[in-house]
Design a binder for this molecule. Structure first.
Ligand SMILES: NC(=O)c1ccc[n+]([C@@H]2O[C@H](COP(=O)([O-])OP(=O)(O)OC[C@H]3O[C@@H](n4cnc5c(N)ncnc54)[C@H](O)[C@@H]3O)[C@@H](O)[C@H]2O)c1
Length: 350
């Protein structure tokens, strides 16, 4: 199996690469990543010298590069995670989301289609997507199922919805062997500190204000990143082609409750008096078009494929805080931007 994983230097991608490289020594794993601000090879130092692992620096918006690479390598499978992933950035710069998430995904579909030439035996194209494509829930009893109509509300979720539609369209039109998953919010080690949980950990540690959008009433469904990687492994190997699976941990938290819980954990770990960190909470103007609630119904993947999350949220959050406190250098390098200059020039574009 020659397996291409895109976006493997990012948050979730690095956990997927690690899992596949260590669990399947018989596979050749190629990690294709453009190393944007979100890509960080320090996420993968523990496996970078594994004999079945190769890093390739490259951009999925470059169709010719992808065509050449597929023709040269002859991949059997693709797990596609490369994306622009931050909603706030999509509000200020939607076009880069169109380019990477939509155009990049179609480039990758074309490269796979042209390389496989209708011979799909043993081939698989897996697209990793988000629950944000379903829009926002307003009734507390509702959950997103695989049948929930798409209703994306942000430029990020619109770009992911478009890419999902293209993946399904290639499955339908060209019979490309596709499978998709839509997952809830992830958290865990190597999370880029522009996202809620690592940002709060970083700011609490440095006694900086903790910016909470609006009144902190928005609800998100959280999943430990390693459990997402395990789900991707399950769907890649056992999922039915043409199907979509929702992934989530039935674990909803209001942003403000989550931030308060983090403050309590951090007070305890840093030996601060209880209530110290919560004083840093600062309410800021709400994000434009902020979706109120996301909640995933993950029964299909649990019942049909036997996947289950391995960690309860409180346990996962403790592990995450411990990781960030033990890896302050990683966090400092990312927040200062030092990680980017370190890798600059080390990998030439193919
Ligand atoms: N983070 C979440 O909570 C979450 C939840 C569900 C689904 N997802 C999806 O999972 C995937 C990974 O998310 P993440 O949080 O790890 O993102 P991330 O931003 O941490 O990582 C994205 C990676 O893609 C790379 N990349 C960006 N543009 C590229 C391009 N043009 N060519 C090649 N590589 C490029 C970046 O360098 C980075 O390494 C995305 O598709 C995202 O939509 C994320």
């Amino acid at each position: 199996m020659k397996l291409l994983i895109t976006g493997g230097a990012g948050f979730i991608g690095s956990h997927v690469v690690r899992l596949f490289v260590t669990k399947y020594p018989e596979y050749q794993i190629y990690n294709l990543d453009a190393l944007t601000y979100a890509g960080n090879l320090a996420n993968l130092t523990d496996i970078e010298n594994a004999p079945n692992y190769t890093f390739v620096k490259g951009d999925i918006t470059d169709a010719k590069f992808l065509e050449d690479m597929f023709a040269e390598m002859g991949f059997d499978g693709v797990i596609h995670l490369a994306a622009e992933s931050h909603v706030d950035r999509s509000i200020t710069d939607p076009m880069s989301f169109v380019m990477t998430n939509v155009v990049g995904t179609v480039n990758l579909l074309n490269a796979a289609k042209n390389s496989w030439k209708g011979n799909f035996e043993g081939k698989r194209f897996y697209h990793v997507s988000t629950d944000e494509v379903y829009g926002s829930l307003h009734n507390p009893e509702d959950f997103f199922t695989e049948e929930t109509p798409y209703d994306p509300q942000s430029p990020y979720s619109a770009s992911k919805a478009a890419s999902d539609h293209f993946v399904r369209a290639y499955g339908n039109t060209y019979k490309l062997p596709v499978v998709l998953t839509n997952c809830s919010n992830n958290y865990g080690p190597n999370h880029f500190p522009e996202k809620l949980i690592p940002l709060m950990i970083h700011n609490i540690r440095n006694n900086k204000p903790l910016p909470v959008y609006g009144k902190g009433e928005n609800v998100r469904d959280w999943l430990f990143v390693v459990d997402h990687a395990r789900a991707i492994d399950t769907v890649f190997h056992k999922g039915t082609l043409g199907e979509t699976y929702n992934i989530g941990g039935f674990n909803e938290w209001k942003n403000i409750d989550l931030v308060n819980l983090l403050c309590q954990i951090m007070d305890r770990k840093l030996g601060r008096e209880e209530g110290t960190s919560a004083k840093l909470i600062t309410y800021v103007t709400d994000r434009a078009g902020h979706d109120l609630r996301y909640a995933i119904d993950a029964h299909k993947i649990m019942n049909e494929l036997g996947w289950q999350p391995s960690l309860q949220f409180e346990e996962g959050l403790e592990k995450t805080v411990d990781w960030f406190l033990a890896n302050q250098e990683w966090l400092d390098n990312v927040t200062s931007g030092a990680y980017q200059s370190y890798y600059q020039g080390m990998y030439a574009n193919r």
